[in-house]
Design a protein around this ligand. Structure first.
Ligand code: ABN
Ligand code: CU
Length: 701
C-alpha cells in the first residue's frame, strides 16, 4: 500500500478544505446575506512569501490561508472577494460591471427543464416534427453564449444546443435540432430563439449506439480478449504525505482547483543528494475549442472549457479498474454548491505507477552481451467531461527527469443536423446519416512557471538548421553541416513565437548561470511539443479576439502573482475588446524576460476534421508533450535504475557461450515453446522482479 501520512494543518498549496470553504461561506453570508456561490477556492500564496517559507518553514511565518470568492447576488450582481480565513475577515469585496463568472454545472442543469416547458421552444420542436407529448425526449447542452453582440455581457446568458433522444438510452448527439434558444440565467427563462433561414427537420434515421445492448444487437463484443492484470505485490514505490508526493527522486505537491483541475507545485528532483528545483507551478491553464462553420449562430460555438466551465468543476469521480488500473492512490475534491453547501467529488485525482517499456538498452553485436533496463512512470490523472467531450489529463513523471503532460480526447462529437443530400461545403463531415460534425480545434494552454535551478531563467528558441555557409566554402565544404540555432527570447515581444516542424523547433528554459561542465551549455528544460495547430479563425474574428493566448505557440511573461488565466479571470461573455489575459500582460512587448522569474505559456493542440470513425463515440486520441532535462544532469541520470538483465562481454566469455536464447520466460509461455531458463551469461535481475518469481534472469531482453 502507498504510505500516506496526512497532516491536519493544510499545506499552503493545498486546496481549501471543506471546513475552510464552509467557514468562508459563513463569513460571506453573515456580511452579505443570501447569494449564489460561484467560486470559493484557494487564493494562492504570494510567491515572494511562499518561497521564503519553503526555504525555512520552521522559522518563517506560514503564508495565510485566503479564500478567493466569486458570488452572484440578487439582480445578477457579480462580486469578487477575498476572505482571510485565520482572521475570519473579508479583505476584498468588489462589485464588477459587465462581467460574467464561470458557469457552474448546477446552472447548466436548470436550462433543459426550462427549455422543455417554454412555449416558443415547444413550437420550434413541433416545426421540427416533435409532438408536444414528446417534449420529455428533448434535451439540450447549455453552453455559455460565448459572446453575441446583440446581447452583450450585462445579462448572464446561455445558448441551448438542442437534441432529440427517441429513447432515453440513445446517444443524444445523433438527433440534433436546428434551432438555438437563448436562456437568461437571472430570469430563468428563454428570451430568444435563433432560427436558421433554411430549416432542417428531425432526422428519422435508425439510431446507432455504443451501449452494451446496442453492441449485442449488431454482433456482440469480441470474445478473444484475455485478462491483463496489473499487480504490485509489494505495494507502490511512491509516498504521499498530505498532498506531497515523492517518487524516484521527484518531489512535488498536487493541488486542484475548480478551473485548471490539477496544479503541480514545487517540483524538484533529488540529483544525487542535491535537491534541484525545476518548476514552481505547472498547470493546464486554459483551452479553446473553436468550430469552423461560418453560418450563424455557429460562430458562437467556441468553448473555453477551463475559463467558462472549469476542468475542476467538470471532473469525474474515477473508478478503479476502469479509469486507472493497478494500485491507485486517490485524492478527492471539494467545491461549494450554489447555495453554500459542500460538493465532494470522490477520487477526483488518481496517482499510480505504470510500466513504461524500455528505459534503455544496448546489445554488443559482437558477443551478445547486453543491458536492458525497464522504466516505469508515475501518473497523476484527472478526467473531465465537457458536455459532449471527455478530456483525460495525465501528468506523467519519468525516472530520467522528464515530465510528459498528455491529454487524451474522447467522448462524443458536437453535432448539427443536416439533410440527407446536403452539401457540408467542407465545414463539416457527415459522420452518420443526418449528422454533420463541424470542423473544430482543441487548443490547450500549458502554463509553465519555471524554476530551473532557481527562479531566474531565460527562454531560448532552438531550431535545427543547416550551416549558412555554402557548399564548397571552407566552413562547409561538403555542405553537410547543421546545428541547433538558439535564439534568446529576451523581451515579451520577441518571445511571441510559433511552431516550426521543419526545424524541429523546441524551446529551452535555461538557467544561464549554471553551465554544464562538459557541454558548456546552460542547465535547461526543453519543451518538446509537436502537435501545435495554429489558430484557424482569422485575425479579427471573435475567437481570435477572445482567445489571445491561442494566436501563437509560445509567449513568455515575467512572473506576477494572479496572472494565472491567459484568457482573463472571468471568461464567459467577454467580447475580446480588449483581449484579456496574455495580450494585456504582453503589452507593447518591451518588457525584459531575460534572466528573471519567467512564465512560459504554450498553446498546443489539434485540428479535428471529424470522420465516421469518431462516431457515435470517439476512440481516444492522445496529444503528448515533453519537458526534458538538457545539460541539466552530469550524464544519463538513470544508470542507477536496476536493470532487468545485464551481462558484460567478460561474463559472456566466462560462461563459455553467448546469450543463445533471447526469448524471455514469459514469451516462451505465451508461445508455448521450450520452457528453459534465460540464456547463458544472464547475471542480475537486480530489480527483484526476476528473483520474486524464482526465475532470476528471465525477465530480460
Ligand atoms: N464544451 C462546452 C461545454 C462544456 C460543459 C458544459 C456545456 C458545454
Ligand atoms: Cu474534436
Amino acid at each position: 500500500m502507498v504510505s500516506a501520512i496526512s497532516s491536519s494543518v493544510p499545506h499552503p498549496f493545498d486546496p481549501l478544505t471543506s471546513d475552510e470553504i464552509e467557514s468562508a461561506i459563513g463569513i460571506i453570508k453573515k456580511a452579505h446575506g443570501e447569494v449564489f456561490f460561484n467560486v470559493v477556492s484557494l487564493h494562492e500564496p504570494r510567491k515572494a512569501e511562499m518561497t521564503k517559507w519553503m526555504v525555512d518553514p520552521a522559522n518563517i511565518p506560514r503564508p495565510p490561508r485566503v479564500a478567493d470568492i466569486v458570488v452572484i447576488a440578487p439582480g445578477g450582481k457579480v462580486y469578487d472577494g477575498l476572505v482571510d480565513l485565520a482572521a475570519s475577515k473579508i479583505t476584498k469585496w468588489e462589485l464588477l460591471d459587465g462581467v460574467q463568472p464561470i458557469i457552474t454545472m448546477e446552472e447548466l442543469q436548470l436550462v433543459e427543464h426550462i427549455c422543455r416547458k417554454d412555449p416558443k421552444v415547444i413550437e420550434q420542436c413541433e416545426l421540427s416534427g416533435i409532438s408536444k407529448e414528446d417534449m420529455h425526449k428533448v434535451y439540450c447542452d447549455p453552453w455559455t453564449i460565448g459572446f453575441d453582440e446583440r446581447h452583450g455581457n450585462q445579462i448572464r446568458l446561455q445558448q441551448a444546443l438542442m437534441y432529440f433522444r427517441p429513447n432515453v438510452d440513445d446517444c443524444q448527439y445523433q438527433y440534433p435540432l436546428d434551432f438555438c434558444p437563448i436562456y437568461d440565467a437571472e430570469k430563468q427563462e428563454v428570451i430568444a430563439i435563433d432560427i436558421p433561414k433554411v430549416r432542417r427537420p428531425l432526422s428519422k434515421v435508425a439510431p446507432i449506439n455504443y451501449h452494451p445492448a446496442a453492441v449485442e444487437k449488431v454482433g456482440g463484443y469480441r470474445t478473444d480478449l484475455k485478462p491483463i492484470n496489473i499487480t504490485q505485490p509489494e505495494g507502490v514505490s511512491f509516498k504521499v504525505d498530505g498532498r506531497e508526493v515523492e517518487w524516484q527522486n521527484w518531489k512535488f505537491h498536487i493541488g486542484f482547483n475548480y478551473r485548471e483541475g490539477i496544479v503541480l507545485n514545487d517540483i524538484t528532483y533529488n540529483d544525487k543528494g542535491t535537491v534541484r528545483p525545476i518548476f514552481y507551478r505547472l498547470s493546464l491553464a486554459e483551452m479553446v475549442v473553436p468550430y469552423g462553420n461560418p453560418e450563424h449562430p455557429h460562430q458562437r460555438k467556441h468553448a473555453f472549457d477551463l475559463g467558462e466551465y472549469g476542468a475542476g468543476y467538470m471532473t469525474n469521480s474515477l473508478a478503479l479498474g476502469c479509469d486507472c488500473k493497478g494500485s491507485i492512490h486517490y485524492l478527492d475534491a471539494q467545491f461549494p454548491t450554489r447555495s453554500g453547501d459542500i460538493r465532494t467529488i470522490k477520487n477526483a485525482i488518481c496517482i499510480h505507477e505504470e510500466d513504461s517499456g524500455i528505459l534503455f538498452k544496448h546489445t554488443d553485436f559482437r558477443d551478445d552481451s547486453v543491458i536492458v533496463t525497464r522504466g516505469r512512470k508515475l501518473i497523476i490523472q484527472q478526467i473531465f467531461t465537457a458536455a459532449n467531450y471527455e478530456y483525460a489529463i495525465q501528468w506523467i513523471f519519468h525516472q530520467d527527469g522528464t515530465i510528459q503532460p498528455e491529454i487524451k480526447l474522447t467522448g462524443i462529437l458536437n453535432t448539427y443536423t443536416m439533410e440527407p443530400d446536403e452539401d457540408t461545403k467542407g465545414w463539416g463531415t457527415q459522420v452518420y446519416p443526418g449528422v454533420n460534425a463541424h470542423n473544430h480545434q482543441h487548443l490547450f494552454c500549458l502554463r509553465i512557471d519555471a524554476n530551473v535551478d532557481g527562479p531566474n531563467n531565460t527562454v531560448f528558441v532552438a531550431d535545427a538548421v543547416p550551416s549558412d555557409a555554402p557548399v564548397g566554402s571552407p566552413e562547409n565544404y561538403y555542405g553537410n553541416a547543421f546545428y541547433a540555432k538558439r535564439t534568446k527570447l529576451e523581451t515579451t515581444g520577441k518571445a511571441v513565437t510559433d511552431y516550426d516542424g521543419a526545424t524541429s523547433r523546441t524551446w529551452d528554459i535555461c538557467n544561464t548561470s549554471k553551465l554544464h561542465p562538459y557541454s558548456k551549455k546552460p542547465a535547461s528544460y526543453k519543451l518538446v511539443s509537436r502537435e501545435v495547430a495554429r489558430l484557424l479563425p482569422k485575425e479579427g474574428s471573435l475567437v481570435w479576439k477572445r482567445a489571445g493566448f491561442a494566436r501563437h505557440a509560445v509567449h513568455v511573461t515575467k512572473y506576477r502573482d494572479d496572472q494565472l488565466w491567459p484568457a482573463g479571470r472571468h471568461v464567459p461573455q467577454t467580447s475580446g475588446e480588449p483581449s484579456l489575459g496574455l495580450p494585456e500582460w504582453i503589452g507593447d512587448g518591451s518588457e525584459l524576460v531575460d534572466d528573471t522569474d519567467v512564465v512560459l505559456w504554450h498553446t498546443f493542440g489539434v485540428t479535428h476534421i471529424p470522420a465516421p470513425e469518431d462516431f457515435p463515440v470517439m476512440p481516444a486520441e492522445p496529444i503528448t508533450l515533453l519537458l526534458r532535462p538538457r545539460n541539466f544532469f552530469a550524464n544519463n541520470p538513470v544508470l542507477d535504475v536496476p536493470p532487468s538483465y545485464a551481462s558484460t562481454p567478460s561474463q559472456v566469455a566466462a560462461s563459455g557461450a553467448g546469450v543463445t536464447d533471447a526469448t524471455d520466460g514469459v514469451s516462451r509461455l505465451a508461445f508455448a515453446t521450450a520452457a528453459a531458463n534465460g540464456g547463458a551469461g544472464s547475471c542480475c535481475a537486480a530489480d527483484g522482479t526476476g528473483a520474486a518469481n524464482g526465475t532470476n534472469g528471465v525477465n530480460g531482453h
